[in-house]
Write a protein that binds this ligand. Structure first.
Ligand code: HEC
Length: 136
């Protein structure tokens, strides 16, 4: 698998037989409020993404049940190579990092979105995204 385009992998993971987190990277995510996250999703993401089960892709891929999946796995969605080949697993932590600056984390992404600078907004959003999936 090709990780060279995927800054987020380089920034948080190190290859040493297995992919594991670099020790010096703070991956903690503040507690989030999913009700607030839903409002943020509606204003900042919903024009391009569905997140309810069975709703399908829009300009961007469906984000239903994204937590636990690898990048670029939405069946039937035509991803950029950058997003498809990133090889990162979406978790609360990687979503929280990615959403701060998507273009920096996945250079070459076709997601046109500046990012969310406020940590609490990202934490709320990630709590909502995590709640929108199959029970784990
Ligand atoms: C202007 C449209 C647009 C907006 C707004 C937008 N996205 Fe995206 N998003 C995309 C597109 C297009 C892709 C596919 C990127 C690619 O293939 O390079 C994407 C990809 C993603 C992915 C990767 C999905 C995967 O299967 O790997 C995540 C996660 C994501 N977006 C989350 C969000 C969230 C959360 C928001 C709101 C904060 C948001 N996006 C706002 C268009 C958008």
């Amino acid at each position: 698998m090709d990780f060279k385009n995927c800054a987020i992998s380089r920034s948080i993971q190190t290859k040493n037989g297995v992919w594991r987190l670099k020790q010096n990277v703070d991956m903690s995510v503040p507690a989030g409020d999913s009700a607030k996250g839903k409002k943020i999703f509606t204003t900042k993401c919903a024009q391009c993404h569905n997140i309810e089960a069975g709703k399908g892709h829009k300009t961007g891929p469906s984000l239903w049940d994204i937590v636990g999946k690898k990048t670029g796995q939405g069946a039937g969605y035509k991803y950029s190579d950058a997003n498809k080949n990133c090889g990162l697993t979406w978790t609360k932590e990687t979503l929280y990092k990615y959403l701060e600056n998507p273009k920096k984390m996945i250079p070459g992404t076709k997601m046109v979105f500046a990012g969310i600078k406020k940590p609490q907004e990202r934490a709320d959003l990630v709590a909502y995204i995590e709640s929108m999936g199959e029970p784990k």
